[in-house]
Design a protein around this ligand. Structure first.
Ligand SMILES: Cc1ncc(C[n+]2csc(CCOP(=O)(O)OP(=O)(O)O)c2C)c(N)n1
Ligand SMILES: [Mg+2]
Length: 323
C-alpha cells in the first residue's frame, strides 16, 4: 500500500530522531556524565518505527535493555527521554529509571527491561487485558535473538497461544547476544520464527533494514491479530551498529564487518534510496528533516545537562504505593 507524503516524512523523521539520539549519546557518554550501562539501538530503527507507526496509544509495547528506539517510536518525548538518561528529576521517570527502565504508560510504553526475556510475559498480560476489553487492541513484545533462548519467552509464547491473547512477539535478530553469534547460540539453524510457529502461532519474516518490509509485514500481522486470531510472531533480520553496550570493543566482529553493515545495511540509506528513486520524496525534503532533527537533539542535550538532579528527599517518592 502506498503511504502518503506526510506518512513517509513522518517515518523518516522518526527513524532519524532515533539515529541522532543514539549517535549523540555515543559521544556524550564519553563525558562521564551519564551513569550506568547504555545499549544503543542504532541500526535497528526501521524495526521500531515500522512496527510502531501502526499503533495507537492504547496498543501496548514492552521493550528490552536496548529500548530507546522503541520508546521514541512509540511517542515518548525526546526531552523527557534525554533527561531520564541523564538521571534528572525532569526525566520521564524522574531520573529513577535511566536508560534501561524507561516507561511511559500514557504512550502505551510499558517499560524497557534490564532482564533479558522479562518483557514477553508482561506483554502477554497486557494482551490478555486487551482481549478482555474487546476493543481490538494489541500488545507487542520486542525481544532479541538472545532473549528467544530464555524460558520466560517460551512460557509467554505458550500462554499467549493457549489463551489466544492478541500478543505479537517481534524478534529483532541482530545476529548477536552480547558477544555470542546467533549461529552458535540459536538452534533451529538460527531461525527464530520457526520456534514461535512450533508453539502454535502464525509467523512472518521480514527485512529489518527496510522500513517498507517491516511496515508492510506488520500491516498483515496486525490485521490478523486485531481480527481475533490469537497471537503471532515476526522475525526481522537487522543489524546493530555499536557494541553490545557502550564501551564494548567488539572484538568478536569479523574484519570489515562494521563498515560493511554501515555501508550496505543502513535503514536510513535504504529508505532514502527507495523514496528518492521512486520520486516520492526528494533529497531536499530529507535534508531539511535531518537539520531539524539535529537541532532537536542538540536542544534535548542542552536541557538534560541543565536539568535538576534528584535530591535525597526524592529517593522514596513514587517507589512505594501508599494504601
Ligand atoms: C536474565 C538475564 N541474563 C543475562 C543478562 C545479561 N545480558 C544483557 S543483554 C544480553 C544479550 C541479549 O541479547 P539479545 O536478546 O539478542 O538482545 P540485543 O542485545 O542483541 O538487543 C545479556 C545476555 C541479563 N540482563 N538478563
Ligand atoms: Mg541480539
Amino acid at each position: 500500500m502506498q503511504l502518503s507524503r506526510d506518512a513517509l516524512l513522518r517515518a523518516y523523521r522518526q527513524m532519524k530522531v532515533i539515529r541522532e539520539f543514539e549517535e549523540r549519546l555515543h559521544t556524550e557518554i564519553q563525558t562521564g556524565e551519564i551513569a550506568g550501562f547504555t545499549h544503543l539501538y542504532c541500526g535497528q530503527e526501521a524495526v521500531a518505527v515500522g512496527v510502531c507507526e501502526h499503533l495507537s496509544n492504547d496498543d501496548k509495547i514492552v521493550s528490552t535493555h536496548r529500548g530507546h528506539g522503541h520508546c521514541l517510536a512509540k511517542g515518548c518525548d525526546v526531552n523527557g527521554m534525554m533527561a531520564e538518561i541523564w538521571g534528572s528529576r525532569e526525566g520521564l521517570c524522574k531520573g529513577k529509571g535511566g536508560s534501561m527502565h524507561i516507561a511511559d504508560i500514557d504512550q502505551g510504553m510499558l517499560g524497557a527491561n534490564g532482564i533479558v526475556g522479562a518483557g514477553a510475559p508482561i506483554a502477554v498480560g497486557a494482551a490478555l487485558a486487551a482481549k478482555l476489553n474487546g476493543e481490538g487492541k494489541v500488545s507487542i513484545a520486542f525481544s532479541g535473538d538472545g532473549a528467544c533462548n530464555q524460558g520466560t519467552t517460551f512460557e509467554a509464547m505458550n500462554l499467549a497461544v493457549v489463551t489466544q491473547a492478541p500478543c505479537i512477539f517481534v524478534f529483532e535478530n541482530n545476529h548477536y547476544s552480547e558477544h555470542t553469534g546467533v549461529d552458535y547460540a540459536v538452534g533451529t539453524a538460527r531461525d527464530i520464527a520457526s520456534r514461535a510457529e512450533a508453539f502454535g502461532m502464525k509467523v512472518w519474516r521480514g527485512d529489518g533494514t527496510d522500513f517498507f518490509s517491516v511496515h508492510d509485514t506488520m500491516r498483515e500481522v496486525l490485521e490478523y491479530v486485531r481480527a481475533g486470531n490469537g497471537p503471532a510472531a515476526v522475525e526481522f533480520d537487522t543489524e546493530r551498529f555499536f557494541g553490545h553496550f557502550e564501551g564494548d570493543p567488539q572484538r568478536y566482529r569479523g574484519p570489515g564487518e562494521l563498515d560493511r553493515i554501515r555501508e550496505t545495511r543502513d535503514c536510513l540509506k535504504i529508505f532514502r534510496a527507495s523514496v528518492t528513486g521512486a520520486k516520492l520524496l526528494d533529497h531536499a525534503d530529507l535534508d531539511a528533516l535531518d537539520a531539524e532533527v539535529l537541532k532537536a537533539i542538540d536542544d534535548a542535550v542542552d536541557k538534560a545537562r541543565a536539568a535538576d538532579r534528584p535530591t535525597p528527599e526524592d529517593v522514596l517518592a513514587d517507589v512505594y504505593i501508599a494504601y
